[in-house]
Design a binder for this molecule. Sequence first.
Ligand SMILES: [Zn+2]
Length: 175
Amino acid sequence: MNTLGEKIMTARKIKGLSLRELGNKIGMSHSQLSRVERGLNNPSNSLLKKIADELDLDMEELLILCDPNSNNLEYPGKLQRIHYKNTDYVKRRYNILLRDNFTCQACGVTAPSAPLEVSNIIPLSLGGNTTIENSITLCSNCHKGRELQISESGLEDDIFVKRFNIDLSDYRDLK
Ligand SMILES: [Zn+2]
Protein backbone atom coordinates (compact mmCIF):
# COMPACT_ATOMS: atom_id res chain seq x y z
CA MET A 1 0.00 0.00 0.00
CA ASN A 2 1.91 3.04 -1.13
CA THR A 3 -0.39 5.66 -2.52
CA LEU A 4 -2.75 8.08 -0.85
CA GLY A 5 -5.70 6.72 -2.81
CA GLU A 6 -5.02 3.10 -1.89
CA LYS A 7 -4.56 4.06 1.73
CA ILE A 8 -7.90 5.88 1.83
CA MET A 9 -9.76 3.16 -0.08
CA THR A 10 -8.51 0.41 2.21
CA ALA A 11 -9.35 2.37 5.37
CA ARG A 12 -12.80 3.20 3.98
CA LYS A 13 -13.54 -0.46 3.24
CA ILE A 14 -12.37 -1.50 6.70
CA LYS A 15 -14.92 0.96 8.08
CA GLY A 16 -17.56 -0.54 5.80
CA LEU A 17 -18.34 2.79 4.14
CA SER A 18 -19.34 3.24 0.52
CA LEU A 19 -17.86 6.11 -1.50
CA ARG A 20 -21.16 7.91 -1.16
CA GLU A 21 -21.38 7.37 2.61
CA LEU A 22 -17.87 8.66 3.25
CA GLY A 23 -18.45 11.49 0.79
CA ASN A 24 -21.56 12.59 2.67
CA LYS A 25 -19.70 12.61 5.97
CA ILE A 26 -16.93 14.85 4.70
CA GLY A 27 -18.90 17.01 2.29
CA MET A 28 -17.44 15.65 -0.92
CA SER A 29 -19.20 14.09 -3.90
CA HIS A 30 -18.64 10.38 -4.41
CA SER A 31 -17.16 11.06 -7.82
CA GLN A 32 -14.58 13.48 -6.38
CA LEU A 33 -13.75 10.98 -3.68
CA SER A 34 -13.41 8.27 -6.28
CA ARG A 35 -10.90 10.43 -8.17
CA VAL A 36 -8.86 10.78 -4.99
CA GLU A 37 -8.89 7.02 -4.47
CA ARG A 38 -7.80 6.44 -8.05
CA GLY A 39 -4.93 8.86 -7.61
CA LEU A 40 -6.32 11.38 -10.09
CA ASN A 41 -6.61 14.17 -7.55
CA ASN A 42 -5.13 15.25 -4.28
CA PRO A 43 -7.66 16.60 -1.79
CA SER A 44 -7.15 19.97 -0.09
CA ASN A 45 -5.69 19.94 3.41
CA SER A 46 -9.04 20.59 5.02
CA LEU A 47 -10.68 17.69 3.16
CA LEU A 48 -7.72 15.47 3.94
CA LYS A 49 -8.12 16.28 7.62
CA LYS A 50 -11.79 15.27 7.48
CA ILE A 51 -10.88 12.03 5.72
CA ALA A 52 -8.18 11.33 8.33
CA ASP A 53 -10.60 11.99 11.19
CA GLU A 54 -13.39 9.93 9.66
CA LEU A 55 -11.17 6.94 8.85
CA ASP A 56 -8.88 7.15 11.91
CA LEU A 57 -5.84 7.76 9.73
CA ASP A 58 -2.75 9.71 10.66
CA MET A 59 -2.86 13.16 9.06
CA GLU A 60 0.94 13.48 8.93
CA GLU A 61 1.19 10.20 7.07
CA LEU A 62 -1.47 11.26 4.58
CA LEU A 63 0.31 14.58 4.04
CA ILE A 64 3.52 12.78 3.17
CA LEU A 65 1.61 10.70 0.63
CA CYS A 66 0.29 13.70 -1.22
CA ASP A 67 1.02 17.27 -2.08
CA PRO A 68 -0.83 19.20 0.64
CA ASN A 69 -0.65 22.40 -1.35
CA SER A 70 -2.79 21.05 -4.08
CA ASN A 71 -6.28 22.49 -3.93
CA ASN A 72 -7.23 21.15 -7.31
CA LEU A 73 -10.39 19.40 -6.16
CA GLU A 74 -11.93 22.76 -5.50
CA TYR A 75 -10.89 24.07 -8.88
CA PRO A 76 -11.98 21.54 -11.48
CA GLY A 77 -10.12 23.48 -14.17
CA LYS A 78 -6.93 22.06 -12.85
CA LEU A 79 -7.69 18.37 -12.75
CA GLN A 80 -4.43 16.87 -13.66
CA ARG A 81 -2.50 14.12 -12.08
CA ILE A 82 0.25 15.40 -9.87
CA HIS A 83 3.29 13.20 -9.87
CA TYR A 84 5.15 13.67 -6.76
CA LYS A 85 8.13 12.30 -4.94
CA ASN A 86 7.61 11.99 -1.19
CA THR A 87 11.19 12.87 -0.35
CA ASP A 88 11.02 16.05 -2.41
CA TYR A 89 7.99 17.15 -0.47
CA VAL A 90 9.52 16.35 2.91
CA LYS A 91 12.67 18.27 1.98
CA ARG A 92 10.79 21.25 0.65
CA ARG A 93 8.45 21.38 3.64
CA TYR A 94 11.41 21.21 6.02
CA ASN A 95 13.23 24.04 4.27
CA ILE A 96 10.15 26.25 4.37
CA LEU A 97 9.59 25.58 8.08
CA LEU A 98 13.28 26.22 8.75
CA ARG A 99 13.22 29.54 6.90
CA ASP A 100 10.13 30.54 8.88
CA ASN A 101 11.65 29.45 12.23
CA PHE A 102 8.94 26.83 12.68
CA THR A 103 6.54 29.70 13.32
CA CYS A 104 3.12 30.42 11.84
CA GLN A 105 3.63 33.54 9.72
CA ALA A 106 0.12 34.77 10.47
CA CYS A 107 -0.42 34.34 14.22
CA GLY A 108 3.09 33.58 15.45
CA VAL A 109 2.36 30.26 17.11
CA THR A 110 5.33 27.86 17.04
CA ALA A 111 5.82 24.11 16.83
CA PRO A 112 5.10 21.92 18.69
CA SER A 113 2.23 23.85 20.30
CA ALA A 114 0.36 23.91 16.98
CA PRO A 115 0.54 21.71 13.88
CA LEU A 116 2.34 23.62 11.15
CA GLU A 117 1.47 23.39 7.48
CA VAL A 118 2.74 24.89 4.28
CA SER A 119 0.53 27.21 2.26
CA ASN A 120 1.15 28.53 -1.24
CA ILE A 121 1.04 32.32 -1.27
CA ILE A 122 -0.48 32.21 -4.76
CA PRO A 123 -2.50 28.96 -4.77
CA LEU A 124 -1.59 26.42 -7.45
CA SER A 125 -5.12 26.73 -8.79
CA LEU A 126 -4.48 30.39 -9.54
CA GLY A 127 -1.21 29.83 -11.30
CA GLY A 128 1.12 29.76 -8.30
CA ASN A 129 3.95 27.25 -8.02
CA THR A 130 5.42 25.07 -5.31
CA THR A 131 8.68 26.97 -4.90
CA ILE A 132 9.91 27.96 -1.46
CA GLU A 133 9.45 31.61 -2.46
CA ASN A 134 5.74 30.98 -3.05
CA SER A 135 5.31 29.05 0.19
CA ILE A 136 4.66 30.15 3.71
CA THR A 137 4.41 28.37 7.06
CA LEU A 138 1.00 28.56 8.69
CA CYS A 139 -0.55 26.76 11.63
CA SER A 140 -3.45 24.56 10.62
CA ASN A 141 -6.05 27.05 11.90
CA CYS A 142 -4.57 30.00 10.02
CA HIS A 143 -4.18 27.82 6.94
CA LYS A 144 -7.83 26.88 7.04
CA GLY A 145 -8.85 30.48 7.67
CA ARG A 146 -6.71 31.72 4.81
CA GLU A 147 -8.18 29.14 2.41
CA LEU A 148 -11.68 30.20 3.38
CA GLN A 149 -10.90 33.87 3.01
CA ILE A 150 -9.30 33.39 -0.40
CA SER A 151 -12.22 31.29 -1.60
CA GLU A 152 -14.63 34.02 -0.48
CA SER A 153 -12.81 37.23 -1.34
CA GLY A 154 -9.96 36.27 -3.65
CA LEU A 155 -6.37 37.30 -3.09
CA GLU A 156 -6.83 41.07 -2.99
CA ASP A 157 -7.10 41.26 0.81
CA ASP A 158 -4.66 38.49 1.58
CA ILE A 159 -2.05 39.62 4.13
CA PHE A 160 0.78 37.77 2.38
CA VAL A 161 -0.01 39.20 -1.02
CA LYS A 162 0.14 42.63 0.64
CA ARG A 163 3.22 41.83 2.75
CA PHE A 164 5.23 40.68 -0.26
CA ASN A 165 3.77 43.26 -2.66
CA ILE A 166 2.73 40.60 -5.12
CA ASP A 167 1.38 41.92 -8.38
CA LEU A 168 -1.86 40.05 -8.90
CA SER A 169 -2.19 41.12 -12.51
CA ASP A 170 0.14 38.23 -13.31
CA TYR A 171 -2.44 35.76 -12.04
CA ARG A 172 -5.98 35.03 -12.96
CA ASP A 173 -8.52 36.04 -10.36
CA LEU A 174 -10.75 33.60 -8.52
CA LYS A 175 -13.94 35.34 -9.50
ZN1 LIG B 1 -1.47 30.64 12.93
